[in-house]
Write a protein that binds this ligand. Structure first.
Ligand code: AMP
Length: 423
C-alpha cells in the first residue's frame, strides 16, 4: 500500500452514498419550494475574494485557506465557503439589474485547513442558500425556517435553533470597545489564542471552546445591549416572524459566528439527536458584503449546512430507507452460449429499469448464487444449456429458495410480476 488520501480528506465510499443522495435530493427538492435556484461557482477564486469577503483576521482566512500560486503567478484559493463567491458572481453578472431579489442555493465541496476530527475535515461539503436584495426581517425568518425544514424533512426530530443579533458595524465597534475593556484585566485567564485575538478579532473570543475563556466571557457585556434602534427593531421583527412561523429558538448573546461579513441576524441550527454538539447549519445576514465588493449597498441573508455532519447523524440513526439498495435480478449462466443469451436478457432488464447483473468472474453456479445473495438480488434467473435449448429459464426466489421454470420470452414480465408482488 503506497498511497493514502491526504490528511483530513476522505473518500465517500459507495456504502455511504445513499445517505449523500438522500441529503442532496432533499436539498434539490426543498430549495425550489422556497424560490431558490441553483448556482454553481468555481471551486477556486482569486484569493482576495475570500480575504476581503470573509475577513483577513478570521481564522478561516488567516489560518485555514488552501492558497497557492497558479502557473500564471496569480494567488488562487480553494473556496473555504460559498457566500463570497456568490456575491462575486452576483456583481460580475450584474444580477442586480436583472432581478430584484436573487435567491440561490448551492451544494458542493469546500476546503479549510483545520485540525481533522469527527465531523471536521479539510475537504467538506456544504449546502446553502443566499438571498441577495432584501433587508426584510421576514426573509431572515424564512431562511431560518428553510434551514430547519430541510433537517426536519430528512427525519431529524430534535432540531434546535440558536439566535442572536450582532448589529451593524457601528454597533459592533461600540460593543467591541466595551468587550476589550472588560477582557483586558482578565487577559491572564484567556487561552493563548484568545490573548492574541484581543488585538486582532476580540469577537471571536466569545465562541472560544476553552472552558477558561468561556468562564471569563460569561460575565462580560452582551452585544444585544449595544444595538442601535434600527438593528433592535430588525431583531424584534425577526423574532416576531419566527413566532408567527412557530419556530422555537434559544437566544444566545454570545453567538457571533466566525466570518466577518455577518451583520444583524446570526443563527445556528443543531440537532440534539444522539447528543450531537456541533452545529449542522450556520447563517445570518450580510448586509455589507455586496458594497464591500464594489456594488451598491445591497442587503442579503444566507446560511450553509455541513453535509458530512448530517450524514454522520443519519447513519447513526440507522435510517433503513437510506441503506444501499441491492440488485433486483442476478442472471446465472453456465457456459459461453448461455452467457451470450444472458447478456441480452440482462440488457433487456436494465432497459426496463431493473438493476440486473451477470457473472464476470467465471464463477460456478454455486459461486454465482452466493454472489447474487451477497449483492441482495431478489431473484436469480438460471440459464443452463438444457433450459436454453428448451427456450426456458429457471427463476429462483432468493429469499424462499422456490424455483419455477418459465418460457424465455416471458422472463422479463415474470420477473416484473414477481418483484411487484413482493414489494
Ligand atoms: P460555516 O461556513 O463556518 O458557517 O459553517 C457552516 C457549517 O458547515 C457548519 O455548521 C458545519 O456543519 C459545516 N462545516 C464547517 N466547517 C467544516 C469542516 N471543516 N468539516 C465539516 N463540516 C464543516
Amino acid at each position: 500500500m503506497k498511497y493514502y488520501a491526504p490528511k483530513g480528506l476522505y473518500d465517500i465510499k459507495p456504502e455511504d452514498i445513499p445517505y449523500w443522495h438522500a441529503v442532496e435530493r432533499e436539498v434539490r427538492s426543498t430549495m425550489p419550494l422556497y424560490g431558490y435556484e441553483e448556482i454553481r461557482t468555481p471551486i477556486m477564486e482569486k484569493t482576495e475574494v475570500f480575504a476581503r469577503g470573509v475577513g483577513e483576521d478570521t481564522d478561516v482566512v488567516s489560518k485555514e485557506m488552501y492558497t497557492f500560486e497558479d502557473k500564471g503567478g496569480r494567488s488562487m484559493t480553494l473556496r473555504p465557503e460559498n457566500t463570497a463567491s456568490a456575491v462575486r458572481a452576483y456583481l460580475e453578472h450584474k444580477f442586480y439589474g436583472k432581478e430584484e431579489l436573487s435567491k440561490w442555493y448551492y451544494l458542493g465541496p469546500m476546503f479549510r485547513y483545520e485540525a481533522p476530527q469527527k465531523g471536521r475535515s479539510r475537504q467538506f461539503h456544504q449546502y446553502g442558500a443566499e438571498a441577495i436584495g432584501s433587508d426584510d426581517p421576514a426573509l431572515d425568518a424564512e431562511m431560518i425556517g428553510l434551514a430547519a425544514d430541510l433537517l426536519k424533512s430528512l427525519g431529524l426530530e430534535d432540531v434546535g435553533l440558536t439566535l442572536n443579533s450582532i448589529g451593524c458595524p457601528e454597533d459592533r465597534v461600540k460593543y467591541v470597545d466595551k468587550l476589550v475593556e472588560y477582557l483586558k484585566p482578565e487577559k491572564d485567564r484567556l487561552c493563548d489564542n484568545c490573548r492574541a485575538r484581543l488585538d486582532t478579532n476580540p469577537l471571536r473570543i466569545l465562541d472560544c471552546k476553552e472552558d477558561s475563556c468561556q468562564e471569563v466571557v460569561e460575565d462580560g457585556p452582551e452585544i444585544t445591549e449595544y444595538l442601535c434602534s434600527e438593528c433592535q427593531d430588525h431583531f424584534d421583527d425577526v423574532r416576531g416572524y419566527l413566532k408567527q412561523l412557530d419556530l422555537e429558538y434559544d437566544l444566545d448573546p454570545k453567538l457571533v459566528r466566525g466570518l466577518d461579513y455577518y451583520t444583524k441576524t446570526v443563527f445556528e441550527v443543531f440537532s440534539s439527536d444522539l447528543g450531537a454538539q456541533d452545529a449542522l447549519v450556520g447563517g445570518g445576514r450580510y448586509d455589507g458584503l455586496v458594497e464591500l465588493f464594489g456594488g451598491d449597498p445591497t442587503p442579503a441573508v444566507g446560511f450553509a449546512g455541513g453535509i458530512e455532519r448530517l450524514v454522520l447523524l443519519l447513519e447513526e440513526l440507522e435510517r433503513t430507507d437510506m441503506e444501499r439498495s441491492g440488485l433486483d435480478v442476478y442472471l446465472a449462466t453456465l457456459d459461453e452460449e448461455t452467457k451470450k443469451t444472458g447478456l441480452e436478457l440482462v440488457q433487456e432488464l436494465r432497459e426496463a429499469g431493473l438493476k440486473a447483473e451477470i457473472d464476470y468472474l467465471d464463477k460456478s453456479l454455486q459461486g454465482q448464487l452466493g454472489y447474487a445473495d451477497r449483492y441482495g438480488a431478489e431473484i436469480t434467473g438460471i440459464l443452463g444449456p438444457r433450459e436454453l435449448s428448451d427456450n426456458e429459464i429457471t427463476l429462483r426466489d432468493m429469499e424462499t429458495g422456490d424455483q419455477a421454470t418459465v418460457p424465455l420470452n416471458e422472463f422479463r414480465s415474470e420477473v416484473k410480476n414477481h418483484l411487484d408482488s413482493s414489494r
